[in-house]
Design a protein around this ligand. Sequence first.
Ligand SMILES: O=P(O)(O)OC[C@H](O)CO
Length: 452
Amino acid sequence: MGFLTPPTAKKMVPKDKIDPTYKKLRWQVFLGIFIGYAGYYLLRNNFSLVIPKLVNEGFSKTQLGVAFSAVSIAYGFSKFFSGIISDRSNARIFLPLGLILTAIINLMFGFIPALTQSITAMFILLFLIGWFEGMGWPPSGRVLTHWYSVSERGGWTSVWNVAHNVGGGLMAPLAAGGIAFFAAHVTGMKSYTGAFIIPAIVGIIVAIAAYFLIRDTPESQGLPPIETYKDDFPNEEHEMFETELSAKEILFQHVLNNKWVWIIACANIFVYFVRYGVENWAPAFLTEMRHISLAGSSNSYMIYELAGIPGTIFAGWVSDKLFHGRRGPAGFCFMLVVSIFVIMYWKATNLVMINISLFMIGFLIYGPVMLIGLQALDSVPKKAAGTAAGLTGLFGYLFGSVAANAIMGVIVDHLGWTAGFITIFASCLIAAALFAVTWNLRGQEVVPKDGK
Ligand SMILES: O=P(O)(O)OC[C@H](O)CO
C-alpha cells in the first residue's frame, strides 16, 4: 500500500541545526505517540460500560462476554500482523489510521441501532475494533526505536507506556459522561450510544493531533541516525542497520529465527497470566472470599491500575541505570518480588493489607509488561521491532490473557482459590526464570554483513 510507504531520507540539515532539531522533534514525536496510544485506550474497553445497558435490554452476560472476547482475540493476532506491516510503514500515517478506523467502528455502533441488537453483529464489530486497536503499539515501537538510543530507551519507553494507563483511566469518565450527555440532551437515540460516540470523536481529534506531531524516522527529517547522534550503539562494531526490510526478511531472518524473541514471547504468557489473572479475578475474589462490597473491590481494582504508573517508570529506570540497558535482570527481580505480594494478597484478610498488596502487585507487574515489549524492540534490528513486539503480544494475549480468563475460572471452580493463587505464584516464578535466561541480553542488534 503506497500511502503507507516510509518516507525516504532527506538531505542532511546543516551541522549546527542537528542538535536543536533533534531536541525539538524528539519531544514532539514522543508527545504524538503518547497521546496517540492513550487515544487507542479510550476506545479499547468502552464497550464494557455499555454492557449493563444491553443486559437491561435482554442480552445475557455470557452472550455479551463472548462478543467482548472478540476484542482480545483479534487484538492478539492484529498486534502481530500489524507489527509486520508497521515495520514497513510510515508511523506518522499508520498510528492515526488505526485510531481513526477504530473510531469509525465506534461511530457505527453509535449511529446504527441494528448493530447493538444482534450478538453476531456485535462480535464482528468488536473483532474489527480489536483488529484496528492492534495498530497502535507497533508504530509507537517504531518511533521509540528510531528516535531513542538503546541506553535511554528504557526510560522513554516506560514513560510512554504510562499512556495506556492514562487512556484506560480516562475512558470510564469519558464514556460515562457520553451516556449522561446523550440521556440529558439527545432525543431519538439510546443514551448508551454516547459511550461510543463521545470517545470516538475525542479519538479522531487525537488521531489528527498525532498525525501532525509524529515523524517517522530522524533520517526522514534530514537528521543522522539516533545511534550516531547519541554515540550509543547497540553493538560493539558500531554498525547500524538502516535498510527497510521486506516482510519475509523481517519474519524469517530476524524474528522467527531469533531465540530471544521466542523466550521473551514465552515469558509474556506468564506475565500476562499474572497481569490479567489478578486483575480480572479481583472483584470475584474480594466479594466472595473477603466479603468486600463491589464498590470497595472496584477501588482496589483502581489502586492496582494506578500503581502501574510509578511501577512502569521505576522498571524502565532500573533497567537503564542499574542494569545499563539490560531488561532481563530487572524483569527477574520484579517477577520474584511480585510473587511475594501475590502470597500476601491471597492471605490478607483486612482491606488495608489487601490494598497494599494489590498496589504492590500493580506496581511490580506493569514493569515486566513494559520490559517484555522493550526487550522485543531491543532484540532485533530496529526495522523489525514492531514484528518482534507483535509476536510477544500475540503470545501474551492468545495464551496468557485467555488462560487468565478461562483456565483460571476452571481452576477456581474445580479446585478452589488456593489452587488459583498457586497457579499465579508459579507463573511469577516461571516468568522470572525466563527473564533470567535473558540476563545478559542488551540491545544485541544483529547487523547483516552483506547489507541486506
Ligand atoms: O497489552 P497492550 O498490548 O495493550 O500493551 C500494554 C502496554 O503498552 C505494554 O507495554
